[in-house]
Ligand binder design. Structure first.
Ligand code: AMP
Ligand code: MG
Length: 480
């Protein structure tokens, strides 16, 4: 099953001069059964255009999207090139994409390139998210070149090889709805159903069932972002995966100190994609997808809207429940109690006032002892106002007692859900600066570190430290 010509343009990757391997991910390479030595020796030939990967039929996919709330009728892969699909060692198919491989018919005024900086950021973060157990596209390798690329300053070009079961986006549906091409819309939906939602084939209304599943996957994905403190930065509908994967890493950021108003993208002046707005934006984006899929739901427009609305209405409760369950797990709570919401809200509000580091706090909270209501717990050190923590700690201790919690067992469970290591901007920045001086070792080191974010790694303790003061000055924007 494959899609017809309406969905893409055939393209040829634009050769990048004198490419060299920057990093290869042994995990994804292993999944694909690649011999890393052989692959590393062939890769520069692909990227330089000397050879096309065997069996590849490179295309750029068409899509549209709502960018910062405004509909853009045509976007598409402006610098990503889909090489084709490969089977992993377990027989699962993965799309392989080159990101930064040159202009395509959808590049608009862009140069089709990706800079080394942003490529490292996507490479590391997609694998870090996977390590955290959050659905995401994956990364295979980075190839660099000394070719100059012009952004806010001069940088060098790189190509990321990324992989996903599908890179289809909400915007892939929007483009055909807005062009009134309902046949193409249906073809795309059939393709996705057959290939990626085969368990829904027997449903009375498969398109609606698929939409319904996308709603729930999106709610689940965004709840996981909120729980781990991840801000995507550019939640345009062209960056929303139909499979509920984290897709298109740009100016993302993890929370350092807890701040619901955190805006990681310096070009997002209105804070549309602020951390705390992500759940609402998820719903807004699903509304755009619903609109684009209406003709598939029913020939009667009113009936189609009603069906879509009923599915959209499942988003909020699904999100709220997933988030509440996740927060209970972060706090090591097994039972559900009426006042849990207040317990969490009170904590987060105190964390915000005291500028508490989100990741370090939850990790340290595993050491909370019920007997002394957390007076000896190092999590208090993260608070400017320690009394605020202790006031909350008394309520938390009472709540733990109520469900007969055991310190040791709870601590173990909490360390499974509260990561010790996250990809702070400052860590990525250090790897980038070294790489810009041709030392790629830090990329590999972080890749390895972040593949096991829940493990104590005593030799890597410094990576769990508070971010340095200079981290505040790191500026990330859409220019990548
Ligand atoms: P993004 O915000 O990175 O997801 O990109 C939004 C749109 O702009 C997509 O259609 C991209 O393919 C396109 N785009 C971003 N950067 C470039 C570039 N350097 N050259 C061509 N197209 C680009
Ligand atoms: Mg994008």
């Amino acid at each position: 099953c494959s899609l017809g010509e309406a969905f893409y343009c055939r393209v040829s990757p634009e050769p990048l001069p004198d490419p060299y391997l920057i990093s290869m991910n042994p995990v994804t390479a292993g999944m694909l059964g690649l011999d890393t030595q052989v692959f590393a020796s062939q890769l520069p030939d692909w990227i330089s255009g000397n050879r096309v990967p065997p069996g590849a039929d490179p295309v750029a996919m068409l899509y549209a999207g709502h960018q910062f709330g405004h509909f853009v009728p045509q976007l598409g892969d402006g610098r990503a090139i889909l090489l084709g699909e490969v089977k992993d060692t377990e027989g699962r198919l993965w799309e392989l994409q080159l990101k930064g491989a040159g202009v395509t018919p959808y590049s608009r005024s862009g140069d089709g390139r990706a800079v080394l900086r942003s490529t490292i950021r996507e490479y590391l973060c997609s694998e870090a998210m996977h390590g955290l157990g959050i659905p995401t596209t994956r990364a295979l390798c980075i190839t660099g070149s000394d070719e100059e690329v012009y952004r806010e300053q001069i940088e060098t070009a790189a190509v990321l090889v990324r992989m996903a079961p599908s890179h289809v986006r909400f915007g892939s549906f929007e483009v055909f709805y807005h062009r009134n091409q309902h046949d193409a819309l249906q073809e795309l939906a059939d393709y996705m159903l057959t290939r990626h939602f085969p368990h829904l084939a027997d449903q009375a209304q498969p398109y609606l069932a698929m939409f319904s599943e996308v709603v729930l996957r999106t709610a689940s994905l965004i709840s996981q972002w909120q729980l781990v403190g991840f801000a995507h930065g550019v939640m345009n509908t062209d960056n929303m995966s139909l499979l509920g994967l984290t897709l298109d890493y740009g100016p993302y950021g993890f929370l350092d100190s807890y701040d619901p108003d955190f805006v990681c993208n310096h070009s997002d002046h209105e804070g549309r994609y602020a951390f705390s707005r992500q759940p609402v934006i998820g719903h807004w984006n699903l509304t755009c997808l619903a609109q684009a899929m209406l003709p598939l739901f029913s020939g009667d427009p009113d009936a189609a809207v009603e069906m879509a609305q009923a599915r959209l209405d499942t988003y909020e409760p699904a999100f709220v429940q997933a988030y509440a369950d996740g927060m209970r797990a972060k706090l090591g709570l097994k039972e559900k109690h009426r006042k849990d919401h207040a317990l969490v809200t009170d904590l987060l509000q105190k964390m915000q006032v005291s500028q508490v580091d989100y990741t370090r706090f939850f990790r340290a909270l595993a050491d909370f002892r019920m007997q002394d209501a957390g007076r000896s717990c190092v999590a208090a050190d993260e608070f400017v106002d320690r009394d605020a923590f202790h006031a909350w700690g008394r309520i938390y201790a009472a709540r733990l007692t109520q469900e007969n919690s055991q310190d040791e067992a709870r601590a173990r469970a909490m360390r499974w859900v509260n990561p010790k290591y996250i990809l702070r901007n400052s860590l990525a920045q250090q790897a980038i600066e070294k790489a810009e001086n041709k030392d790629f070792s830090e990329i590999d080191r972080l890749l390895q570190l972040l593949s096991r974010p829940f493990d104590e790694q005593p030799e890597n303790e410094e990576y769990a430290a508070l971010p340095p003061d200079w981290a505040e000055k790191i500026s990330v924007s859409c220019s990548s």
